[in-house]
Design a binder for this molecule. Structure first.
Ligand code: TRP
Length: 450
């Protein structure tokens, strides 16, 4: 149903939820959450993550959906409509930039996932050295780039097809299948000999590990995992009809995203310890551990291994399309390009920007732009730990103080049935979440030492 333009609208409630949860649930849950949790020490990190989800993630999820539905615009257009002639549209711009950066490396990892569908089938020999298989693969200068191109091409194809026929239709598939596969893997993982140590690492908080950097990482993970802070949910909210229940939908999106992340940890950590690996290994954790678990399963392993990586790729695709959609919607709305051309041109540019992140695993691994991090981790740091929290803070400040909580609640409560946004929401969006982001942000970039 187009409103006389190329915008589109969700065709059903289930379609919107599937698309929004599909955006939130992705590599952030299955790949990023376990390795970041491993890096920052396990249980205590998980606890802080959950606190930030509630006091920062939930209110900003509502705020973004509300801004989007109110204006029916993309990230930049939403601010231009509500605050014309003011610098607030910079927030939208930052979001477009963040989407660009995130998708460029997200697609590289997504490409690893596609490659692993085939690799899992080939390397199911017992005692295969999964660490070396992984390292040999990602340090290769060309093969991962080919998979990066394949992943980007599929993403562009879906976004070109549009909101209803592309994003909504594809998102409704296979999320339940992902869930079931995860459960099966958890059962295998927690029954491996030596799994208990991993469970203890994951579930027992050790607060001595909670450095300022860990807090920033937890905050960054909340934004990354919920697709917040860059106007992605503004864009998805803009395709939402007025009788949809935003407060409940937000709870559903946050809860399902968190459940999948927690389950991914439950799958990974017992296996990591059972195989005597290091939980802080970094981005390779999922790609090394999961094949090792399947090996240990014996004959059925290859089947589940292949299935797992297919589902990983699907989860990644439904997120990648939301990242591309942010940039595409901006070009379609503001520059009046047609959707197909916009998605294609933007997709090609993002592919190119992603190339260094792939080469940075091998021939360019000496390039360490930020804090000794390689190119991929540096892109991720800038986007997840700087642009997204900053964007989220500005979205909260704008909605709470400038547009005003009264207008927010009026729009947010249209269609709200069981719970309504009230005074508590006002406090979260005006005070608690921006201050919380601000303190952690300053603290971790070392301006303020607490
Ligand atoms: N949330 C997705 C994941 O967990 C990634 C993602 C999609 C994203 N859209 C986003 C991250 C917008 C930040 C902003 O994999």
């Amino acid at each position: 149903m187009s409103n006389g333009n190329d915008r589109g609208q969700w065709q059903s409630r289930a379609g919107f939820i599937a698309a929004a949860a599909g955006s939130a649930i992705g590599l952030g849950n299955i790949w990023r959450f376990p390795y970041i949790t491993g890096k920052y020490g396990g249980g205590a990190f998980v606890l802080v993550y959950i606190i930030f989800l509630i006091i920062v993630g939930y209110p900003i999820m509502n705020a973004e959906l509300i801004l989007g539905r109110k204006t029916q615009k993309n990230a930049v257009g939403a601010f231009r409509t509500l605050a014309p002639g003011t610098p607030w549209s910079i927030v939208g711009w930052m979001g477009v930039a963040a989407g660009f950066i995130i998708l460029s490396y997200y697609s590289v990892i997504g490409g690893w996932g596609i490659a692993y569908i085939f690799k899992t089938a080939t390397y199911m020999a017992k005692n295969a050295d999964h660490v070396n298989i992984f390292i040999n693969f990602i340090t290769n200068p060309t093969a991962p780039l080919v998979w990066h191109a394949v992943f980007m091409a599929i993403t562009v194809g879906i976004v070109m097809a549009g909101v209803e026929k592309g994003i909504e239709r594809y998102s409704k598939f296979l999320m339940p299948a992902l869930f079931i596969i995860l459960l099966i893997l958890i059962v295998r993982s927690v029954t491996l000999p030596g799994a208990a140590e991993g469970l203890a690492f994951y579930l027992k908080p050790d607060f001595s590990k909670l450095t300022a950097e860990a807090l920033l990482a937890a905050m960054g993970q909340v934004f990354f995992s919920l697709s917040l802070g860059m106007g992605c949910m503004i864009t998805y909210g803009s395709y939402l009809s007025k009788n949809e229940d935003i407060p409940i939908n937000s709870i559903f999106i946050v809860a399902s995203d968190t459940l999948i992340a927690l389950l991914a940890g439950l799958m990974i950590f017992p296996a990591v310890f059972a195989f005597g690996m290091e939980p802080g290994t970094g981005p390779g954790l999922t790609f090394i551990t999961v094949p090792a678990v399947f090996n240990a399963m014996g004959t059925g392993g290859a089947f589940f291994g292949i299935l797992f990586f297919i589902l990983l790729v699907i989860a990644a695709l439904t997120s990648a399309i939301s990242l591309l959609e942010v940039v595409t919607a901006y070009v379609v709305d503001e520059k009046k390009w047609d959707r197909k051309k916009a998605a294609l041109v933007v997709g090609i540019l993002i592919f190119i920007v992603g190339i260094p992140t792939s080469l940075g695993q091998g021939i360019w691994s000496h390039i360490r732009p930020i804090r000794g991090l390689d190119i991929l981790d540096s892109y991720d740091f800038i986007a997840s730990n700087v642009l997204l929290p900053l964007g989220g803070m500005l979205i909260a400040i704008y909605s709470g103080w400038f547009w005003g909580t009264e207008k927010m609640r009026e729009e947010g409560n249209l269609g709200a049935k069981s719970i309504k946004l009230g005074g508590f929401f006002d406090i979260l969006i005006k005070i608690i979440s921006p201050i919380c982001i601000f303190i952690i942000f300053l603290n971790s970039i070392g301006i303020l030492k607490v």
